[in-house]
Design a protein around this ligand. Sequence first.
Ligand code: PMP
Length: 443
Amino acid sequence: PYTGPSAAEILSKRKEYLSPSMFYFYNKPLNIVDGRMQYLFDEKGRRYLDAFGGIATVCCGHCHPDVVDAIVDQTKRLQHSTILYLNRAIADFAEALANKLPGNLKVVFFTNSGTEANELAMMMARLYTGCHDIISLRNAYHGNAAGTMGATAQSNWKFNVIQSGVHHAINPDPYRGVFGSEGEKYAKDVQDLIQFGTSGNIAGFISEAIQASPSIFISSFQLFIIYGVGGIVELAPGYLPAAYSTIKKAGGLCIADEVQAGFARTGSHFWGFENHGVVPDIVTMAKGIGNGIPLGAVVTTPEIAEVLTRRSYFNTFGGNPVCTAAGLAVLKVIEKEKLQDNALVVGSYLKERLTALKDKYDLIGDVRGRGLMLGVELVTDHELKTPAKLETLHVMDQMKEIGVLVGKGGFYGNVFRITPPLCFSKEDADFLVDAMDYTMSKM
Ligand code: PMP
């Protein structure tokens, strides 16, 4: 049994010693002390089905034994920076990762986070092209450092510091966007931005295949609500091929941010961009690739990778043996346990059941996403698509009481984000939908 400090004690320490910007889910935040595969356990040993851990980092399940063993074995052997000496862990994982990517995407740089990966990708695009302008999508989240904050396109996540050279294109959002599902019409805006906002040549374009992005949170200090972004927006079909072609014509590189949509999550494909039939010049990843261990990566072609030899470049802990041993173990587990197939089968089943729930409750305006990356948008009016913000909070809270944890996002904080570990089963999907159904039936 857990004998550590209570949730209240931890909260009071956080308030005294941690940044006031830190936030958490739920009015009464959970004190999570253990994790096993798709389950989390609080201080009283109460079990929760974790339908949101995937987004936070967990790809093959909390504390997956194979990944834990790889981490422990490597930790006992050596943990060090990989910049000075040779070590097999970084080379083995780089090879395995490169083999998962199409075309000539064969050179890997390791980082510690998604922000670092996107910072590096944007810098490489700028160096390679000799241009500064980058296009990203409105509603995007790509990180919170100097360059990536510029590419992030949501006022909530932007501080008033210089973020130069990024232009934000109209979001090809099939549910709320002006052109519905006609991807090519939205892509025209990319051409307009290049034509009217740049010299005609650009460094690149960065986007996710399915926008996920951070959610609505309650700050630990002020207890105010911070609205989120993303909300599982699948880019309208046809958008990425058209946008990529426009970018290439303007001399730019296409960067796919796979921090959330990558690593088998969409089920039908290993990478999110593959769902759109495009091949990027640079792919960035983080979160799930280490199953909870801090690890990010940028993968590109040998020709583009060459730009970093113009100066010295390193990252002390990027690609360290312990994290890369974990990354390799994650790839092996995905294959051994056929987690991509599972994401497809269970994800399709879950989406079907959620879509049936939409027919039952007017409160549900949209069900979307692929594989185990699903969104459920709540509205009080189907015509006006009025965001049902309070209802979302209420359902989320009640589902927690029943023992199911879902995430929340969307610009208005009215979208459930369902991104469980990829070991999620059909029974788990049933439990989740039944919990949502029961909660909505009582409203
Ligand atoms: N890209 C996407 C799509 C993300 O969702 C995030 C984090 N939510 C990042 C980049 C940044 O990753 P990190 O928090 O590891 O820096």
